[in-house]
Design a protein around this ligand. Structure first.
Ligand SMILES: [Zn+2]
Length: 313
């Protein structure tokens, strides 16, 4: 079984491009929990961007939630008796990658929240009104609006994704008095591969201390410095380092299916078993289960809001 912290299937669907993270493909590959990102490239025309966000919410409801054997994950209670219903089924959670379109006066957050969006990456690769991104050329980090947004999200039991943030924004969040649930859904170790999208050992340790999750990404240029292809052994190097830093309960998968060109050995969810086979040769079964799916599941049990309506109890 697998749980995956990031894919861009909705973007591919929205742009009518061929995708690998299709629902039958994910389910037959034994993925029991998949994070689906809403992603719209940052643009000046906010109403066009907002329409695209809403269209991807609709595509998620129509093509993912309505598909056979998919259950939308919105509440922690849904995970209480996970073993009873996960046979050949998949939980799907909705995320927003880049909050450029969320403004105080446009109700978009409420629409997204009510549609089950639970994970919010404040920025993609461009600075916005909430925070600076990993490509920033400024010394600024989290803005006042960003801080207020995080406080609102903490009240709702939402999750902050640090994957595309600048280091300054990251530390501004970690140093908040009132700390959110924090993940890096699809980022690797900068110590091994020095790329702006990767995170330092200190950042990894901070996420571990906050009981967050780090999803290892399968994009070659985030895995080794050659930027051509990489191998499963490169993926394992990143996993090893996070384990060395004390991340046994925090290390997970964040593939980036349909978001970029991935390493050949893991280019399709159908090949995930190859990673598991390799992990099983090195680590105990208990640890392999944590890496492949349990750490994401445990994190969601601890951090998603509870629903008190009878159907989820
Ligand atoms: Zn991304």
């Amino acid at each position: 079984m697998f749980a995956d912290g990031h894919c861009d299937y909705l973007y591919k669907l929205d742009n009518k491009e061929v995708a690998v993270a299709t629902i039958p493909n994910l389910i037959s590959s034994k993925i029991i929990l998949q994070n689906f990102a809403i992603f719209v490239e940052p643009q000046k025309n906010l109403s066009i961007a907002t329409n695209k966000v809403l269209r991807q919410v609709m595509l998620f409801q129509r093509n993912v939630v309505n598909a056979n054997n998919v259950i939308q994950l919105k509440y922690s209670n849904q995970l209480k008796n996970i073993k009873h219903y996960l046979n050949n089924k998949m939980l799907a959670i909705l995320a927003l990658e880049g909050c450029d379109t969320i403004l105080p006066d446009n109700n978009l957050f409420d629409i997204l929240w009510d549609n089950g969006t639970r994970i919010f990456g404040l920025t993609w690769n461009k600075d916005n009104h909430f925070a600076t991104s990993c490509t920033t050329i400024t010394n600024e980090g989290l803005s006042l609006a960003g801080k207020e947004f995080i406080n609102h999200l903490i009240k709702k039991n939402g999750i902050i994704d640090a994957s595309h943030l600048s280091e300054r924004s990251f530390w501004d969040i970690v140093n908040l008095e009132n700390k959110p649930a924090l993940i890096a859904s699809h980022s690797n170790c900068a110590k091994i591969c020095n790329h702006i999208r990767n995170i330092s050992n200190e950042q990894i340790k901070a996420i571990i201390k906050m009981q967050g999750v780090i999803g290892i990404n399968f994009v070659p240029m985030f895995l080794n410095n050659s930027a051509r292809d990489a191998s499963i052994m490169d993926v394992i190097k990143h996993i090893d380092l996070i384990l060395e830093l004390g991340g046994e309960d925090n290390i997970a998968i964040g593939s980036d299916y349909d978001g970029a060109r991935l390493i050949k050995e893991l280019e399709n969810p159908e090949k995930l078993y190859l990673l598991k086979d390799r992990l099983a040769k090195i680590y105990s079964k208990e640890l392999v289960d944590k890496i492949t799916h349990l750490n994401w599941i445990q994190f969601m049990i601890k951090n998603l809001p509870e629903d008190n309506s009878p159907e989820n109890n």
